[in-house]
Design a protein around this ligand. Structure first.
Ligand SMILES: NC(=O)c1ccc[n+]([C@@H]2O[C@H](COP(=O)([O-])OP(=O)(O)OC[C@H]3O[C@@H](n4cnc5c(N)ncnc54)[C@H](O)[C@@H]3O)[C@@H](O)[C@H]2O)c1
Length: 250
């Protein structure tokens, strides 16, 4: 008998879900029945995802907010909980890059990336922790990267943010396990989105050589893993990093 993942009556908050990997996760969780709160820098960034999710027959709302602002995230998560009636899943997906070699990297480039990718995840996790602790259940999925495990020339800021996010995932898992909350990270390799589209062709060609399966990943590959981690199938998994990279890092 086929096993069906059922997330109906669950509320999932996904940051940076206006496009790319976050949008794919929103649609995937919605197709399993979850109601979706899309958090984006600007409300107009949420329109497309919200419409696509609603077309699947579940509730969806878009919210404007910058994950790097703790006070905003605290009031936003409370609003989402009151709008939806529960808050069961948080996917910390919002992320940015500002690539350049370490010796050329300015303090502003370092700070901006750490502020969104690492502090943003801390802010949202802190904001949902109390709600999930009261419920005695919850799922947190953090979007890391393989460069958080192995580093990458030109990404001192980004790789440090993702390495930090992996450590944050493990600490979150340890602190919240007693309340029935799991926290895991996904470490994607090279996934075809607007974030990677801008890379020069020679960089893409070099990357592809490193992929054992000889093709770049799709946002849906990451969404499938997120769905698994948010489902009952993963109830005994916490504090882990799942690498989804077509065999780049082994
Ligand atoms: N694409 C890849 O190959 C790849 C690989 C490894 C990890 N990742 C990670 O996956 C996540 C999604 O990446 P993507 O490729 O879909 O990127 P993307 O640039 O297409 O989407 C990121 C989204 O996050 C939003 N965002 C940015 N800053 C924000 C903020 N401060 N507050 C709220 N929203 C904000 C953006 O508006 C955008 O819609 C990121 O964390 C990224 O680091 C991507």
């Amino acid at each position: 008998m086929a096993y069906e993942i059922n997330l109906s009556s669950k509320t999932a908050v996904i940051t940076g879900a206006g496009r790319g990997i976050g949008a794919a996760i929103a649609l995937k969780l919605a197709s399993a029945g979850a109601n979706i709160a899309v958090v984006e820098l600007k409300e107009e960034f949420t329109t497309e995802t919200v419409a696509a999710v609603r077309a699947l027959g579940v509730k969806a709302e878009g919210y404007a907010g910058d994950v790097s602002n703790l006070a905003d995230m605290q009031s936003l998560m409370e609003k989402i909980q009151s709008d939806f009636g529960s808050l069961d899943i948080l996917v910390n997906n919002a992320g940015i890059t500002k690539d350049t070699l370490l010796i050329r990297m300015g303090e502003d480039e370092w700070d901006a990336v750490l502020r969104v990718n690492l502090k943003g995840a801390f802010n949202c996790t802190k904001a949902v922790a109390r709600i999930m602790m009261k419920q005695r259940s919850g799922r947190i999925v953090n979007m890391a990267s393989i460069v958080g495990l192995i580093g990458n020339a030109g990404q001192a800021n980004y790789s440090a943010s993702k390495g930090g996010l992996i450590a944050l995932t493990k600490t979150t898992a340890k602190e919240l396990a007693g309340r029935g909350i799991t926290a895991n990270a996904i470490a994607p390799g090279f996934i075809k989105t607007k974030m990677t589209e801008v890379l020069p062709d020679e960089v893409k060609a070099k990357m592809l050589e490193l992929v054992a399966l000889k093709q770049f990943g799709e946002p849906n590959d990451i969404a499938n893993t997120a769905l698994f981690l948010c489902s009952d199938l993963a109830s005994y998994i916490t504090g882990q990093v799942i690498v989804v990279d077509g065999g780049m890092v082994m």
